[in-house]
Design a protein around this ligand. Structure first.
Ligand code: ADP
Ligand code: MG
Length: 257
């Protein structure tokens, strides 16, 4: 069963066909990678799915209803979560407060600082932090955290909304290989445990091939391949597209960086 159905999605900027006739499904509980060289149209796809950008043509169905024309906030409310490419946590607040604030918003409550806020959704916040391995940092200010840890907090914030589908556009941007592997491995475990679906982009082919259930390859706005790691690895057109981008596309089978 599909959670998300994208059909003939198209978007041009001036003369540039950023996304052209793109169709794909995201299955229930699927960990799906959307890859492609810079400028392939990945972010444009994400921004249309989350409602930030209006498509020129095509349809996007989430949980069997069209979400084209819906506002980002309404799409978020329906259960499409996302993490941000640029860290979006509030630096001066503590790690726990950031997650509590997300829970307040999820429950449609009005946010006010003060004694009442300190306790609100506290337990649930710490529980979510535990799931991303950050419970020990609950009392620390977000601005003190290492970059990789901020990303984990962002993930807890996204989970606070109990998404059915999580969109992650380059969640590991700026991370070292080891950290990339750890974060994507963590998300994959959450996908399995919570049965959510994730659509993500990732530059490291090693990480993509190690964890993705399925891989869609975009090049110049067009889907050129859609299949499992083996099929994508052996696809001549995909290899061609990656030649000359300076990015390795020959990971060892089953490699973990
Ligand atoms: P990716 O995320 O795969 O790197 P993008 O979706 O960001 O690719 O970009 C796809 C193409 O659309 C690129 O040629 C890019 O320059 C162009 N593009 C993206 N956003 C805009 C915009 N807001 N205005 C003009 N051109 C854009
Ligand atoms: Mg992008």
């Amino acid at each position: 069963m599909s959670v998300l159905r994208v059909r003939n999605l198209s978007k041009a900027f001036g003369g540039v066909h950023a996304v052209e006739d793109v169709s794909f499904d995201v299955g229930e509980g699927e960990f799906l990678a959307l890859i492609g060289p810079n400028g392939a149209g990945k972010s444009t796809c994400f921004n249309m799915i989350n409602g930030q950008l209006a498509p020129d043509r095509g349809d996007i169905e989430f949980a069997d209803r069209s979400i084209v024309g819906c506002k980002p906030r309404d799409i978020w409310r329906l259960g499409v979560g996302r993490t941000f490419q640029v860290a979006a946590t509030f630096g001066s607040m503590t790690v726990a407060e950031n997650v509590q604030m997300a829970l307040v918003s999820h429950h449609n409550e009005i946010f006010r600082f003060g004694a009442a806020f300190a306790a609100r959704h506290r337990e649930r916040a710490v529980e979510l932090l535990a799931q991303v391995g950050m419970a020990d940092a609950a009392e620390r200010a977000c601005k003190e955290l290492a970059y990789g840890d901020v990303k984990r907090v962002e993930l807890a914030i996204a989970l606070a909304n109990e998404p059915r589908l999580l969109l992650m556009d380059e969640p590991t941007a700026g991370m070292a290989p080891r950290e990339r592997n750890d974060l994507i491995g963590l998300v994959k475990r959450l996908v399995i445990e919570r049965r959510i679906s994730v659509l993500f982009t990732e530059h490291s082919m090693d990480v993509v091939f190690a964890y993705a259930d399925r891989i869609i390859v975009l090049a110049r706005g067009v889907v050129i391949a859609d299949g499992n790691a083996e099929a994508i690895r052996d696809n001549a057109q995909v290899q061609q597209v990656y030649l000359g981008t300076g990015r390795a596309f020959t990971p060892a089978a089953g490699a973990r960086p």
